[in-house]
Every structure is written in C-alpha cells, then in structure tokens.
Design a protein around this ligand. Structure first.
Ligand code: G1P
Length: 291
C-alpha cells in the first residue's frame, strides 16, 4: 500500500435543504463566504498540506463546482488584456491541481459517498474534508493529522469538544486511552446520539485521514432507517481490526452548514480579510451602537 496521503475526497452531493431556496438549482458548496465558494476553503486547506489530487463526490445540480475549478480561458484572456494581473493570478491560482468528479446517483449518505471514491483512491490513504466545516485558514489541523497518520499508519479523525446540547448534531466518540496530549485511541463511536445517550461531548468534525480499510467496512454496514449509510458506522466497523485515533482540535472551526453558522463564518472571515476588516468592523460597531 502507498504510505503517503496524496488524495483528498470532498463529498458534495448533499441536497442543501437548510439553505433553500438558495440551493434549489445551485450547489450549497458554491455559496460564497466573503469572496470564494465555501468548498474552495477546503481545497486550499488540503493544498496547503501538499495534496494535489482532488475527488469531488457530486450529484444533480452540482455542475457549477466543475465549472468553478476548471480553467476559464475567456475570462483569463479578458483579465490579461485589461492588465488585471492580481485578479488573473487569483483565478489561476488552483489551475495546477488535478480535479476529478464522481456522481453519487442516489442520496444514500456520507458513508455511501465515500464508497463512491473507491476506484479513485485504490490502495492509498486519503483525506476527507467536509466543506461545511471551515477550519480557520491560519490553523494547520489537516497537516497535524497527516503527520499523526505518517507516524501511526492508522486512520485519524478530527474531534472537537461541543456543548452537550449539540451532541445530537454530530458523530460522538467514546474515548479510550489518551496516547499523547490531545490524541485518543477511540473506543467506540455513535452517530448523532440523544444527549442522554452520548458517551462524551467529543464530536467528530469534518476532517478525516482514512485508509482503504474503510471501503470493505462500509460495504458491510447496514443502512439506517433513512436508507443512508453513515461514515461513523463504517469507522466503528474497522475498529475491531485496526486502531482508530481521534485528534482533539482546539483551534477555530466555523460550522457553515446552517444559516446561523454560515453567517458567523462570513462575518468572522470578513473581519480577518486585510481589505475588509477595518471598514467592516466600523460598520458592525455602528450597528451595535445603533447609529
Ligand atoms: C457528518 C457526519 C458526522 C460528523 C459531521 C461533522 O454529519 O455524519 O458524524 O460529526 O458530519 O460535520 P452531517 O453534518 O453531514 O449531518
């Protein structure tokens, strides 16, 4: 088996119902956060870790994602002729990466979406990034997870401590031994438990380093009541055979998967933007003061 993580999978087949009607005919992943689509944050994050091969798991009405990551010959020519060099550089910045697309034909859940990646991944470890979770671009969560994988050669998933009232929104782990600061060997996991049944408040967040073992495991998993195959259940199934590690993230994650989280991500990332931060902060202050 290839030992280095070189490929990133970006599931993007969800229906985006939380953002209707905006997502009726365009993908949720293309909603702009400040000046770029939500999914581009995940691509850039993976690329900062040296990953250059990307597979998007898409579905109906998701063609805009392909267009976005394609080179835009006419636009580029136009910008070149007008001498808009900075913009040209910006739109060409990701052109050297390799992008592939597989359609998930039926909405059968995140686990099934990962199974669709099997022919692309073959026999290699790979990263999964859920673009709803935007990790602060100044943080190197994925890089740290890849170095843990390089040492242990076992799957590593990202964890965050969440308030008890939010455990029903996430996969939740039962921690086993803390083998080093913030790194747990996972004992058990459960998808979206009720608060009273949650084994901890440590939630799985949307960054995973997986090995091809996950594919057979997912194939053996039964779909739930809703007909979906959960990635969390696939992870539970591999745990009997190989260790599964959880890395506790203490940095800043923006949960852009619903309207409030999306607005928070937009505001906070705009406040970090060198050109926008001063006038935007001034505007927010004036709203708070009611002037
Ligand atoms: C998915 C996973 C869940 C995880 C979450 C992180 O849920 O199934 O285990 O905690 O992503 O964002 P979703 O948000 O797709 O419902």
């Amino acid at each position: 088996m290839e030992k280095r993580v070189k490929k990133a999978i970006l599931p993007a087949a969800g229906l985006g119902t939380r953002f209707l009607p905006a997502t009726k005919a365009s993908p949720k992943e293309m909603l702009p956060v400040v000046d770029k689509p939500m999914i581009q944050y995940a691509v850039e994050e993976a690329n900062r870790c040296g990953l250059e091969e990307f597979l998007f798991i898409t579905g109906k009405y998701k063609r805009a994602i392909e267009d976005h990551f394609d080179s835009a010959f006419e636009l580029e020519e136009n910008l070149r002729k007008k001498g808009k060099d900075a913009l040209l550089e910006e739109v060409q910045r990701l052109n050297h990466l390799n992008f592939a697309y597989i359609r998930q034909r039926h909405p059968l859940g995140l686990g099934h979406a990962i199974l669709c990646a099997r022919p692309f991944v073959k026999d290699e470890p790979f990263a999964v990034l859920l673009s709803d979770d935007i990790i602060d671009p100044d943080d190197n969560l994925l890089g740290r997870m890849i170095s843990i994988y390089d040492r242990l050669l076992c799957p590593v998933i990202a964890l965050e401590a969440v308030p008890e009232d939010d455990v029903h929104r996430y996969g939740i782990i039962e921690k086993g031994e803390e083998i080093e600061d913030g790194l747990f060997r996972i004992k058990d996991l459960v998808e979206k438990p009720h608060k009273k049944d949650a084994p901890s408040n440590l939630a799985i967040i949307g960054r995973y380093i997986l090995t091809p073992d996950i594919f057979d495991a997912l194939q053996s998993v039964q779909s739930g009541k809703d007909g979906e195959i959960q990635l969390t259940d696939g992870l539970k199934a591999i745990m009997g055979r190989i260790p599964l590690y959880g890395y506790l993230f203490k940095g800043k994650r923006y949960d852009a998967g619903d309207k409030l989280g999306f607005l928070k991500a937009t505001v906070e990332l705009a406040l970090k933007d060198p050109k926008l931060s001063v006038p935007f902060r001034r505007h927010l202050d004036s709203i708070v003061r009611g002037t």
